[in-house]
Design a protein. Structure first.
Length: 157
């Protein structure tokens, strides 16, 4: 079975859980993204066909909301806190260091699909500022050297 056929079958399975009505669009997008991690052009076309809605409208709705992604995430998701405490204590330095070490910018995924960097408003650990989270692990009181060591541990896995 090809990847495209697998994708089509997965989407078809989700679609049958929803009535083919415009009000189903966001719940369909959410469920498919939860399962696949992102929304491809082909998936949005398939959703549009099912809902009898132009794919451009499906994309328009999906691109309006920050929760939807159009590219797969890397194996490791790095969330860099830019809340007030982290901002004051060096969130920009954290961002610059991570971007430099990985060779990508905020919102991008490395070519090998190992890492994706995201900016978040708050991680809820202000006493550890500046902070970042890699997958489910929070790292705080970050310095350039500490960030490099953290990333190297994930690279060497």
């Amino acid at each position: 079975m090809t990847t495209k056929q697998l994708q089509t079958d997965e989407v078809r399975t989700v679609l049958k859980d929803f009535p083919p009505e415009e009000r189903s669009l966001i719940p369909i997008l959410q469920k498919i993204q939860t399962q696949r991690g992102y929304l491809s052009k082909g998936i949005m076309q398939q959703i549009g066909h099912y809902l009898d809605t132009p794919p451009s409208k499906v994309y328009g709705v999906a691109s309006f909301y920050a929760q939807f992604r159009f590219k797969p995430l890397g194996k490791h998701l790095i969330k860099i806190c830019h809340g007030t405490a982290c901002h004051v204590k060096g969130a920009e330095t954290v961002t610059e260091t991570v971007e430099s070490e990985l060779g990508i910018t905020m919102g991008e995924t490395t070519d090998d699909e190992e890492f994706t960097i995201e900016r978040v408003a708050c991680l809820g650990c202000c006493s550890l500022a500046p902070a970042m989270m890699v997958d489910d692990t929070v790292y705080g009181k970050l310095t350039r050297d500490k960030i490099k060591d953290i990333l190297n541990n994930y690279i060497e896995e």
